[in-house]
Design a protein around this ligand. Structure first.
Ligand SMILES: *[C@@H]1O[C@H](CO)[C@@H](O)[C@H](O)[C@H]1NC(C)=O
Ligand SMILES: *[C@@H]1O[C@H](CO)[C@@H](O)[C@H](O)[C@H]1NC(C)=O
Ligand SMILES: *[C@@H]1O[C@H](CO)[C@@H](O)[C@H](O)[C@H]1NC(C)=O
Ligand SMILES: *[C@@H]1O[C@H](CO)[C@@H](O)[C@H](O)[C@H]1NC(C)=O
Ligand SMILES: *[C@@H]1O[C@H](CO)[C@@H](O)[C@H](O)[C@H]1NC(C)=O
Length: 535
C-alpha cells in the first residue's frame, strides 16, 4: 500500500486511478480483506501529510469498482482468458480446452485484459472501440503427423474454414533435435531447423466450420538420420486473418521421434501389402448383413496381401462390430475409432481428413490404395484378376473406376418368398442404364507418389492418371442399401429391361452369379459364426 501511495504521489492522478483499479482487480479473491485494508487506510489518512490527499469519492469509486468487477469477472473469466490467449501465441489451444477441465488453464499474463473504451476525440467525434472475446474456431486441430521420407513430413488436420477462405494463414515447420544424451555438457545441442510448410486444402470447399488442411513440411536436409530423436513443431500463423491487427502464431508439437525409433528402411523397401483399402467415415444405422457381405467379398477379391482400414464415426455399433471382428482376428481389418472428430463440424464426418490420415499413415505399407465406400463392390471381369488388372495399370499413379449404379429396391420374381435370406449383391440385380449422366467415380493410387487425396480422386500427386479403365475394372454401387435395416426388395420383376421411376433399368446378374463363391469363401475363412447376421 505504501508503495502504491508513493507512486501515485509521483505520477499524479492518472496513475493513482490506474493503480487503485488494478489493485482492486488483483485483490478480488480477497474482497473482504481488501475492504478491510481500505478502511484502515481511510482511517490512517488523517495522519498523513496534506500532499497525500485521497478524496472519499476516490475510495467510493474503488469500492463500487470492486462490486461491479466481481459480478462481471465470474461470467467473463473464460472469455477473457481465451481472448488473452488468442493474443498470445502459444497458449490458445490450452485456453479452449480449459472449460472441459482437461488441461489446466493457461497462466494468466502479467497485465490485465486490455479492454478499451469509447472516447470523445478533440474534434468532437466519438471514437468507437471493438473488444474481441474468445475465439470460436481453433487455429489448428491435429489428427496425425507422418514421416514421408528422409526429409519430409505430412501434418494432417482441420483448421478454421473462414480463416482459409478469406485470408492467407501461413505455416512453418520446425525440427528440434534431441540434445545429445551422452552427457557431454560442453557440446551445444544441434540448432533447430525450420522450413516453410506447404499447405493443401483437399476438400473442394465442402468444409463447414472447419476445413481440412494437409501441411507438407519438406526440409532442405535429411532429418534425424542418426536416429538420435527430436520433435517436429508446426507454427501455424494467422497472418492477419481473423484480426488484422495480429499475426498470431501457435507453436504446436505435432510429432516426437524418440531416440532410435525411426525405421528408415520402410521408405525404400517393398510394401507389406499389395492392396490397402482406406474407408471413409462410417456413420449411421448400418446394416450388419450388408457390411458382412462387403468385407467377405473384398477379402476374397483382394486376397492375402490386402488390408482394410475402417473408420468408425459411430456406424460401427455392436452388431456391425460383430461382422468385422472375425476379419480383424485374421489380420485383414484395422478399425479406427474416429468418433471424437464429430466435435468439429467439417464435411460429412470429416471424411476428407480421415482419408488423408489413412493415406499418410499407411503410405509405405501398400503398393496400391483404394478409396471407395461400403455400399460399393469392385469388380474385375473373369479371365483377369485384381493382380493382372493392376499390373496392367502400373504405369499410372492413379486410375479412376467406373460406376454401375444398382437399384436397391427392385428384385427378381424368382426370389419371391426367399429374398430375405439372399445377400444384397445377389438379389439387387437391376442396373440403372440412363445415358448422358455424369456419375461419381472411385479410384486407386500408388500412395508413395501422392501427397494429399480426396474422396473421388486425388489432385496432389506426381505421375499419370488414367480415367479410361472401362472394361478392366468397375464397381457396383448399391446406393441406399447400406443404411437400410429393412428388407430392401420392394418390387419384384420378371423382365430383363424395364422403366421404373422414369429410369431405364437392365438386368445384370454379374454379382448375383458370384455370390455363392463369396459365401463359400466366407465359410472357409471364418466358419459359420456370422450365419445369423441380421439385415
Ligand atoms: C505469452 O505466453 C508466454 C508463455 O505462455 C509468456 O512467456 C509471454 O510472456 C506471453 N506474452 C504475452 C504478451 O502475454
Ligand atoms: C511433400 O511434397 C514433396 C514435393 O513437393 C514430396 O516430395 C514429398 O514426398 C511430400 N511429403 C509428404 C509427406 O507427402
Ligand atoms: C565432449 O566434447 C569434447 C569437445 O566438445 C570432446 O573433446 C570430448 O571427446 C567429448 N566427450 C564425449 C564423452 O563425447
Ligand atoms: C506471421 O508470422 C509468421 C511467423 O513468424 C511469418 O512466417 C509470417 O510471414 C507472418 N505473416 C505476416 C503477414 O506477416
Ligand atoms: C417369368 O416369365 C417367364 C416368361 O417370360 C415365365 O415363363 C416364368 O414362369 C416367369 N417366372 C416367374 C417366377 O414368374
Amino acid at each position: 500500500m505504501a508503495k502504491e501511495r508513493e507512486k501515485s504521489a509521483a505520477g499524479g492522478e492518472k496513475k493513482l486511478f490506474m493503480g487503485v483499479v488494478w489493485n482492486c482487480a488483483a485483490e478480488l479473491k480477497l474482497l473482504l480483506t481488501a475492504l478491510l485494508i481500505l478502511c484502515s487506510v481511510a482511517t490512517l489518512l488523517q495522519f498523513l501529510p496534506s500532499r497525500f490527499t485521497i478524496s472519499t469519492s476516490d475510495l467510493r469509486f474503488c469500492i463500487s469498482r470492486i462490486t461491479t468487477t466481481t459480478t462481471t469477472i465470474s461470467t467473463t473469466t473464460a472469455a477473457d482468458a481465451a481472448a488473452l490467449a488468442a493474443l498470445n501465441s502459444s497458449s490458445s489451444s490450452a485456453a479452449h480446452t480449459a472449460s472441459h477441465l482437461v488441461v489446466p488453464p493457461p497462466p494468466l499474463p502479467s497485465s490485465p485484459p486490455a479492454v478499451e473504451k469509447d472516447k470523445v476525440l478533440e474534434n468532437g467525434v466519438i471514437k468507437r472501440v471493438f473488444n474481441p472475446y474468445g475465439s470460436a474456431a481453433y487455429n489448428f486441430i491435429t489428427m496425425g503427423t507422418y514421416r514421408g521420407g528422409l526429409n519430409t513430413f505430412a501434418i494432417n488436420g482441420l483448421a478454421s474454414k473462414p480463416l482459409h477462405l478469406y485470408s492467407k494463414p501461413t505455416y512453418q515447420c520446425e525440427w528440434v533435435p534431441e540434445p545429445s544424451s551422452n552427457s557431454n555438457s560442453s557440446a551445444a545441442p544441434p540448432p533447430p531447423i525450420t522450413t516453410v510448410g506447404y499447405k493443401m486444402l483437399p476438400d473442394w470447399g465442402y468444409g463447414r466450420v472447419y476445413t481440412v488442411v494437409i501441411v507438407n513440411c519438406t526440409f532442405s536436409e535429411p532429418i534425424n538420420t542418426d536416429n538420435s530423436g527430436g520433435k517436429l513443431y508446426l507454427l501455424a500463423s494467422t497472418s492477419g486473418g481473423g484480426d488484422t491487427k495480429f499475426n498470431t502464431t501457435d507453436r504446436i508439437q505435432v510429432l516426437e521421434e524418440p531416440k532410435g525409433s525411426v525405421d528408415f528402411g520402410v521408405f525404400t523397401s517393398k510394401p507389406k501389402y499389395d492392396y490397402l483399402y482406406c474407408g471413409s467415415s462410417l456413420y449411421g444405422n448400418l446394416s450388419p448383413q450388408r457390411v458382412r457381405e462387403w468385407i467377405a467379398y473384398h477379402v476374397r477379391l483382394f486376397g492375402e496381401r490386402s488390408h482394410f482400414v475402417i473408420h468408425d464415426a459411430g456406424g460401427v455399433y455392436d452388431e456391425v462390430f460383430e461382422v468385422l471382428k472375425p476379419w480383424m482376428d485374421l489380420g485383414y481389418v484395422t478399425l479406427q475409432d474416429i468418433r471424437d472428430q464429430e466435435r468439429f463440424d467439417g464435411y460429412y464426418h470429416n471424411q476428407f481428413m480421415v482419408v488423408n490420415d489413412c493415406l499418410h499413415r499407411y503410405k509405405f505399407m501398400a503398393k496400391w490404395m483404394f478409396f471407395f465406400d461400403v455400399d460399393e463392390f469392385i469388380y474385375v471381369p473373369p479371365k483377369s484378376t485384381i493382380k493382372t488388372t493392376l499390373d496392367s495399370l502400373s504405369e499410372y499413379n492413379q486410375f479412376t473406376i467406373e460406376q454401375m449404379p444398382m437399384n436397391s429396391k427392385l428384385c427378381l420374381t424368382a426370389d419371391y418368398g426367399r429374398y430375405y435370406r439372399k445377400w444384397g449383391m445377389e438379389k439387387l440385380v437391376y442396373k440403372d442404364v440412363k445415358k448422358g449422366i455424369r456419375r461419381d467415380r472411385k479410384y486407386a493410387i500408388q500412395p508413395r507418389n501422392v501427397y494429399a487425396t480426396g474422396v473421388h480422386m486425388s489432385q496432389n500427386l506426381v505421375g499419370k492418371t488414367n480415367h479410361k479403365t472401362e472394361g478392366k475394372i468397375k464397381y457396383y454401387h448399391y446406393h441406399g442399401s447400406i443404411a437400410q435395416r429393412r428388407e430392401p426388395c420392394k418390387t419384384l420383376l420378371n423382365v430383363s429391361e424395364t422403366y421404373f421411376d422414369k429410369t431405364p433399368y437392365e438386368l445384370d446378374t454379374t454379382m448375383r452369379d458370384i455370390a455363392w463363391a463369396v459365401k463359400k469363401f466366407e465359410l472357409k475363412m471364418i466358419g459359420t459364426r456370422l450365419q445369423n447376421t441380421r439385415q
